[in-house]
Design a protein around this ligand. Structure first.
Ligand code: NAG
Ligand code: NAG
Ligand code: NAG
Ligand code: NAG
Ligand code: NAG
Length: 540
């Protein structure tokens, strides 16, 4: 994403339009449930959500009624505006209906990543102050493992296949309760919408607050920016606990009346079949999805679909053209927008390899910048005046958005900079990923550096504990043992040198291991293995 081009007139007018709409919604106190009510009015019997997996379809009216029932049930149970309920659930349309129902009475949903287990799971539920947890039956074991650490006062509801013998004591079965609750519209307060968690690449996940206007803004920006219509059908196979899946994707349904197809998990082999089956016109992606699709054998459906646009971020410039040509997709809509940062970038002009526009021309309409960073430390580079230096077109940089703390409209906005998410954006903006690409495997592979002066680590136990506690994507592919981990002057871990040494055995003194996924254990990393990883012979 090193190419930057300048904001064109059309992009500027889109931004103005979104900005004016946001203003109007704020003035009229239009919350997402209120905007959704207008959508239901316009599109009542149209299909709102399709759940690929059961093929279940919900119309806008059904989604509206379901969410009313959820709202009324929670009211009956004493939940009130400002309370938080954690949602820990894999798939299905109910996911959307449940958080929307909560929003209707001002109860905030904490959207928990369903890959989390043990400490990380308890942490996320605890920091949200949730009074209840609604979990999917597929996650019963994960909930049972931590139930005792969550506090007795936390009410438990299970959605999905009900097995009273397996759920933690005191758990209630949600769906019959919802079905029995009244379907009339509950009273509507205005409040925060939900919490979305950062990925926690540097420590535990942090909760970012999403207010109604931010939800609207993110969804509207891509809708108007990329000229979508309510007749589009959007294929959403991204997790619903993140903003891409739940706001940029599902938001098109709630706000703009689009049919959205939800899939539990991304499947490369089913992707185009699904698109054909549901007449999808827009697909959502993240970089990895495009790569997996290109690695699939050629099949007929990959050109028989009606998809005209792929919407997402992280498509590498080197495969951008291949992707468009092979799958006959006429538009790639790349954009960035961090949940807790009110800034977004998009290539609204369908320009290849462009990460968006740099708003130097229109800083008042859209105060965001790409600024220079030190590629090694990922720290912002500042001029003699202490101010960051904007990138020139073509220069890599980090996306920053201006936040004005005392702006009353932003009173609930999430925290600023120095977060895990900053780093995530930085990773995608930098060329860093490229070095991984040279090793024949695009993407990220983590290394854990372990201070073990007495050589007492039991690797077998380590693997077992790790498999329980961490989802596959978070498990370190490399391990490095050191007598101690050096700290900086301010007692932060010094990562620069570790990063520089990488996993090259000739640069690293001490033991180095590689997670051999076929064997399910760590093996010592020597020169030979190192070379075969670099050459792509040994797959990560
Ligand atoms: C979730 O999806 C999977 C596969 O797509 C399906 O087998 C499972 O039954 C679904 N779970 C629920 C609760 O709908
Ligand atoms: C897809 O479009 C075709 C032709 O317009 C129509 O017959 C079919 O019912 C549509 N499929 C779905 C799932 O809406
Ligand atoms: C590519 O897609 C367009 C519609 O976007 C369609 O008109 C055209 O026939 C397709 N081309 C091929 C070769 O499939
Ligand atoms: C971000 O929020 C500030 C207020 O805190 C506002 O002035 C600015 O316009 C917002 N940026 C965007 C892109 O909406
Ligand atoms: C830690 O600091 C010592 C002393 O400065 C240095 O020799 C050593 O290489 C550092 N270790 C790592 C892993 O960077």
């Amino acid at each position: 994403y090193s190419n930057v081009f300048f904001c064109s007139f059309s992009a500027a007018s889109v931004l103005l339009r979104v900005k004016l709409n946001v203003r109007r919604h704020l003035r009229e106190k239009n919350t997402i449930p209120k905007i959704f009510a207008e959508t239901v009015h316009r599109h009542g019997d149209k299909t709102a959500l399709i759940f690929e997996g059961t093929g279940e379809r919900w119309t806008f009216r059904q989604l509206d009624e379901y969410s009313n029932r959820v709202a009324n049930l929670l009211l009956e149970r004493g939940f009130k505006e400002g309370d938080v309920v954690a949602l820990f659930m894999e798939n299905r349309s109910q996911y959307v209906g449940i958080w929307l129902g909560m929003a209707k009475i001002g109860v905030e949903a904490a959207l928990i990543n369903f890959n989390l287990r043990l400490d990380a799971l308890v942490h996320c539920v605890t920091i949200s102050n949730a009074k209840a947890v609604i979990f999917g039956s597929e996650l019963t074991d994960a909930v049972s493992e931590v139930h005792s650490s969550m506090g007795k006062a936390v009410q438990m509801f299970c959605s999905g296949d009900w097995d009273p013998k397996r759920v933690p004591q005191g758990t209630e079965c949600l769906e019959p309760l919802v079905a029995g609750a009244p379907s009339h519209l509950p009273p509507r307060p205005d409040h925060r919408l939900f919490y979305i968690y950062t990925s926690g690449t540097t420590g535990m996940p942090k909760a970012a607050i999403v207010v109604h206007s931010r939800y609207y803004r993110m969804a509207a920006l891509v809708y108007y920016g990329f000229r979508m219509t309510s007749d589009d059908v959007l294929y959403d196979c991204l997790p619903l606990y993140h903003s891409a899946g739940n706001i940029v994707g599902v938001g098109q349904c709630l706000i703009h009346g689009m049919t959205v197809v939800i899939r539990k998990k991304f499947s490369a082999s089913r992707f185009w079949d699904d698109c054909v089956k549901y007449n999808c016109t827009i697909v959502q992606y993240i970089g990895e999805i495009c790569r997996y699709l290109l690695n699939q054998p050629v099949r007929d459906t990959e050109r028989q679909h009606r998809v005209r646009m792929a919407l997402g971020n992280g498509l590498r410039q080197s495969i951008w053209e291949e992707f468009m040509n092979r799958f006959n997709i006429s538009q790639i809509a790349e954009f960035y927008g961090a949940t807790e940062c009110n800034c977004s970038l998009g290539n609204f002009d369908n320009k290849m390899g462009a990460c968006g526009f740099n708003s130097q021309i229109l800083p008042f309409i859209y105060p965001i910048r790409l600024v220079r960073v030190d590629e090694e430390t990922m720290e912002l580079i500042r001029g003699p005046d202490g101010v960051c230096i904007p990138c020139k077109p073509g220069e890599p940089g980090q996306l920053v958005g201006r936040i004005i703390q005392n702006d009353p409209l932003r009173r609930f906005d999430g925290y600023v900079s120095q977060t895990a998410t900053d780093k995530k954006i930085a990773h995608s903006v930098f060329k860093k990923g490229d070095s991984a690409y040279l090793s024949g495997a695009e993407g990220k592979a983590g290394m854990a550096a372990i201070a073990d002066p007495s050589h007492s680590t039991n690797l077998e136990k380590f693997v077992k504990d790790m498999e329980k506690a961490l989802p596959p994507y978070a498990r370190p592919v490399f391990l490095r043992f050191l007598p101690e981990v050096n700290k900086t002057g301010t007692f932060k871990f010094q990562k620069t040198e570790l990063r520089r040494d990488s996993f090259d055995p000739s640069a690293v003194s001490g033991r180095l291991y590689f997670l051999d996924s076929s064997k399910g254990r760590y093996v010592q990393l020597d020169e030979e293995l190192y070379r075969s990883i670099l050459s792509g012979k040994c797959k990560l």
